[in-house]
Design a protein around this ligand. Structure first.
Ligand code: S3P
Length: 442
C-alpha cells in the first residue's frame, strides 16, 4: 500500500495499513527559531545540533542573514553555526524581511527589532501570515515605546518598524501566547530598565530557558512561573544547543499508533517540556497505551522516547481553556483522534485556533465532515461524535501543515482512497513527513 503524488500538489492516500517501527521526528520548531534568534544577538559562535531543516526556521534564518548574521546552511544532520553579532549588531536590511508562513518569525522579530535605535525594518509574509493578528504583539511593545505601523491599524503585515530606545514596563498579556511573551522578553533586553511580563496562563517556556542559558538576566516567578522579569544590560554569550525532536510532530504518530489497529510505533528523541505535553495528558485520558522510555535531559530540556500501541477502545475526552496552551498545535490531530473514541469528545476554549496558519477549527470541521465525521463547530471549539465511519474523500490541507498531516492519518482509517490537495504544506514543519508515513506503513 502506498501514497503517491498524482500531481505536484495532490496526493493519493490509500486506506488501511498498520504503522509499525521507529521514527525520529525532526527538531522542535519553537526551539529552532529561538536558537537562530538568540544565537544571532549573542557574542561569539553558537552551534546548533538538530535544528529543524524546514521552511519556517529557514524564514527566520534568511531574515537574520539579511541583517548581516552569518548562519551556515540548515541541512538535515548537520550542525548549524551562527556567528552572533551581539545585542546591537543587527544591520538595517536593504530590503523587506520575508517571514514566509511563520508567525513565530514575524512576532519574535518584532520584539527583537523594535529596540534597534534609528534602524528601519519592514516585515512581510505570505497570504496566510498577512491575515494573522499582529496587534497582540505591537500593542504591548508600544507600551515600551516601540514604533510599529501596519495595515488594518497596525494589526496586519506588512509591518514597518523604526527602532526606538525602549522603556521597561510591567505588561500583562491578553492571551497565553509564547510568541507575545517572547517578543516582549526580546524587547526587554535593550530597554532602559526592568521589564516584567505576566501571562494569564503559562505558555511554552523555551524562551525563558534558552535566554537564561545565553546569560540574560531573567527570573521566573509568580504562580506557575507566569511572571517573567528581565533586567537589561547583560551580554548574551554564544552557546552549544541541542534541539530535541518536536512533540507537535510526534503527535501525528502518537495518535496514529493509538487509533490504527495492529500499530506499534516508537517515536525517538521527543522533547517533553511540561509546557508542551498536554497531548500526552489527553492521550492518557483516552486510555491510550503510551510508554515513555529512556527519559533524559538534553541541553536544559527534558527528552524521551515514546512507545505507543493500538488500543481497541479509546475513551472520549474533554479539552478546555486550561490545557490549550500545552497542546495548542495538537488540536487538529486530536480532532482526528476524537473520531475514533467511544463517545462524544468536547474541545472548548480553543478560539486561538482560529488565528493560526488557517482557521483550524473551521478547516478541520470542513475536511473531517467531507470524510463523513459527525461533529459540530462552535465559536471556541468542536464537539465530535466518535464512531461514525470515515470514507475516503477529496480533501484539502487548505495550505496548513498541521491539517495536511492530520488528514493523512485520518485517511488511513477511512474506507476507500482519499485525494489530499496541497499536501506539500507539511514541509513547513516536517519535511520528511511523507517519507516517514510511507516507511512506517511498509
Ligand atoms: C509558538 C507558539 C504557539 C504555537 C506556534 C509556535 C512559539 O503560538 O502555536 O506554533 O514558537 O512560540 P502561541 O503561543 O502564540 O499560541
Amino acid at each position: 500500500m502506498s501514497a503517491t503524488s498524482s500531481n505536484k500538489n495532490s496526493r493519493n492516500l490509500q486506506e488501511g495499513g498498520r504503522l509499525l517501527g521507529k521514527v525520529r521526528v525532526p527538531g522542535d520548531k519553537s526551539i529552532s527559531h529561538r536558537a537562530l534568534l538568540f544565537g544571532s544577538i549573542a557574542e561569539g559562535l553558537t552551534t546548533v545540533e538538530g535544528l529543524l531543516p524546514a521552511e519556517d526556521p529557514e524564514s527566520t534564518a534568511s531574515c537574520l542573514r539579511s541583517m548581516g548574521v552569518q548562519i551556515s546552511p540548515i541541512k538535515k544532520g548537520e550542525v548549524v553555526h551562527i556567528n552572533g553579532v551581539g545585542l546591537d549588531g543587527l544591520k538595517e536590511p536593504k530590503n523587506v524581511l520575508d517571514c514566509g508562513n511563520s508567525g513565530t518569525t514575524m512576532r519574535l522579530l518584532l520584539g527583537l527589532l523594535v529596540g534597534r535605535v534609528g534602524r528601519h525594518f519592514v516585515l512581510t509574509g505570505d497570504e496566510s501570515l498577512s491575515k494573522r493578528p499582529m496587534q497582540r504583539v505591537g500593542q504591548p511593545l508600544k507600551l515600551m515605546g516601540a514604533q510599529v505601523r501596519g495595515r488594518s491599524n497596525g494589526n496586519q503585515a506588512p509591518l514597518s518598524i523604526v527602532g526606538q530606545q525602549l522603556h521597561g514596563a510591567i505588561i500583562g498579556t491578553p492571551v497565553a501566547s509564547a510568541q507575545i511573551k517572547s517578543a516582549i522578553l526580546l524587547a526587554a533586553l535593550t530597554a532602559d530598565s526592568s521589564t516584567t511580563v505576566i501571562e494569564p496562563a503559562l505558555s511554552r517556556d523555551h524562551s525563558e530557558r534558552m535566554l537564561k542559558a545565553f546569560g540574560a538576566n531573567l527570573t521566573v516567578g509568580g504562580e506557575m512561573g507566569r511572571h517573567i522579569n528581565v533586567l537589561p544590560g547583560a551580554t548574551l554569550k554564544g552557546q552549544s544547543i541541542v534541539v530535541p525532536g518536536d512533540i507537535s510532530s510526534a503527535a501525528f504518530w502518537l495518535v496514529a499508533g493509538s487509533i490504527i489497529p495492529g500499530s506499534q510505533i516508537t517515536v525517538e528523541n521527543v522533547g517533553l517540556n511540561p509546557t508542551r505535553t498536554g497531548i500526552l495528558e489527553i492521550l492518557r485520558k483516552m486510555q491510550a497505551n503510551l510508554e515513555i522510555i529512556n527519559k533524559r535531559d538534553v541541553a536544559g530540556e527534558p527528552v524521551g522516547d515514546i512507545r505507543v500501541r493500538h488500543v481497541a477502545q479509546l475513551m472520549p475526552f474533554r479539552i478546555d481553556a486550561e490545557i490549550i496552551p500545552r497542546l495548542v498545535d495538537e488540536v487538529p490531530i486530536l480532532s482526528v483522534a476524537a473520531c475514533f473514541c467511544n463517545g462524544i469528545s468536547h474541545i472548548t476554549g480553543a478560539s486561538e485556533l482560529r488565528v493560526k496558519e488557517t482557521d483550524r477549527l473551521a478547516v478541520m470541521a470542513r475536511q473531517l465532515t467531507a470524510m463523513g465525521a459527525k461533529l459540530e463547530e462552535h465559536p471556541d471549539g468542536l464537539t465530535i461524535h466518535g464512531g461514525a465511519p470515515l470514507q475516503g474523500a477529496e480533501i484539502d490541507s487548505e495550505t496548513d501543515h498541521r491539517v495536511a498531516m492530520s488528514l493523512a492519518i485520518a485517511s488511513l482509517m477511512a474506507k476507500g482512497d482519499s485525494l489530499l490537495s496541497r499536501s506539500e504544506a507539511a514541509a513547513v514543519s516536517y519535511p520528511d513527513f511523507w517519507s516517514d508515513f510511507e516507511r512506517l506503513r511498509s
